[in-house]
Design a protein around this ligand. Structure first.
Ligand code: GDP
Ligand code: MN
Length: 383
């Protein structure tokens, strides 16, 4: 789960990483009230899960009430790369002497944590990485050792951080590491990490990706989950406990097993169709699970046909077929359905489906034939 900047800053604050005083607002009036309370100058910042807000007009400094009001008005509702701004974060503006960069993430190749630090923060760090990779100092951190102040300070020095900021940056790096490890994050990034003219080191931005696999030990994450920018189809699928990823095509896909679900998407593409989603119903295909899956797909207005691709393993073909038939009785499905059932007791399963066949419910023995039929029923290949 990706956190909004303001949530990331709240998370940072728990680990003593210095951030500015501020609050989140959903209306212009609320934003002005926050600005009045914390004192000018303030910075008004769009809260969207996408970078480059500054360049897109989503980060603005305000010296007084009139400016705070004008900026909140222009930023709320703004579209930043397809993300509409619903909330702004208003914080006391900092004076900036220098802008740095700091992050921790997992290096999957070396199976170690990776710390990156640069004196070239604020700007597009991807561009720095590409054009001047030597401007970013890197340190692999063994999780058994962690990172201490001395190592953090050496890395900061290697990154070219100014002398007067070395202790402050080292201190932030050690705290950021704790936030990353104890806070169960996959990524923590501060860009810019600033040095103020009076010598303080301070996080002006926050990018945090939490490790969803660790959610069970963080009940406090739940309040953030409710606000996350989920696709409504994905939200419903999550409530139903299904592995679902929304795509933008028109053939709804239901398969058992992630590998089969991916192959199903590929085969649909291969015959000129476009998958509307990836949906893995897991090992079995009970009536309950199938009904849930069909219900989620049914809410997708772009779906013009549904391709159910089930391979019976431990679950036998007749159980799968009965599950599908029962599910169809429970959910009113708008799109025609093509089923490919194979594996254990496939014949028995197909015999059950044959008893319910119509031009809206077609059963075909192979994946490629079923993909072609589903694409045809959806109105033919994509143009
Ligand atoms: P991003 O563009 O989405 O990464 O948003 P940031 O939070 O990084 O803000 C973009 C830029 O706005 C920063 O690099 C700063 O230069 C500037 N900025 C943000 N907060 C402040 C602030 O408190 N004071 C000043 N002077 N500039 C700020
Ligand atoms: Mn930034």
């Amino acid at each position: 789960m990706d956190l909004y900047e303001y949530q990331g800053k709240q998370y940072f604050a728990r680990f003593d990483i210095p951030v500015s005083n501020g609050a989140v607002a959903e209306t212009v009036a609320e934003a002005v009230a926050v600005a009045e309370r914390i004192g000018y100058p303030v910075v008004v910042k769009a809260q969207v899960l996408v970078g480059g807000r500054g360049k897109a007009g989503g980060v603005k400094l305000a010296a007084d009430r009139a400016e705070a009001e004008a900026h909140a008005r222009s930023i709320l509702g703004l579209d930043i790369k397809g993300h509409v701004v619903r909330r702004v974060w208003v914080e006391h503006a900092s004076e900036i002497a220098r802008e740095y960069y700091a992050s921790f993430t997992l290096d999957r190749t070396t199976k170690l944590h990776l710390c990156m630090c640069s004196a070239r923060g604020g700007v597009d760090i991807e561009q720095v990485a590409e054009e001047e990779p030597e401007a970013i100092a890197r340190l692999q951190v063994n999780p058994l050792d962690g990172i201490d102040l001395a190592a953090a300070r050496r890395l900061a020095a290697e990154a070219g951080i100014d002398e007067e900021a070395l202790d402050g940056v080292a201190d932030v790096l050690v705290k950021l590491y704790r936030c990353y490890v104890e806070g169960d994050a996959d990524l923590v990034e501060i860009n810019p990490l600033v040095l103020t003219p009076d010598g303080r080191v301070h996080a002006l931005d926050a990018k945090v990706t939490l490790d969803d696999a660790a959610a069970f030990r963080h009940p406090e994450w739940d309040e953030w989950r409710d606000l996350s920018e989920l696709d409504p189809r994905e939200r419903l699928a999550r409530e139903k406990g299904l592995q679902y990823v929304g795509l933008d095509g028109f053939v709804g896909i239901i398969a058992n097993g992630a590998g089969l679900a991916m192959s199903t998407c590929d085969v649909v593409e291969q015959v000129g169709g476009k998958p509307a989603n990836f949906l893995d119903v897991g090992g079995g295909a009970s009536a309950e699970v199938m009904a849930n899956a069909l219900e989620v797909i049914n809410t997708d207005e772009k779906v013009r046909s549904i391709f159910v691709n089930i391979f019976g393993g431990i679950t036998r073909g007749e159980e799968v077929a009965n599950g599908i038939v029962q599910a169809l009785g429970r959910v009113e499905i708008e799109a025609p359905i093509v089923i490919r059932l194979d594996g254990t007791n496939a014949e028995e399963g197909r015999a059950i489906l044959a008893g319910h066949a119509s031009d809206r419910l077609v059963s075909l023995p192979t994946m490629i034939e079923a993909a072609r039929k589903a694409t045809e029923l959806a109105g033919g290949p994509a143009r």
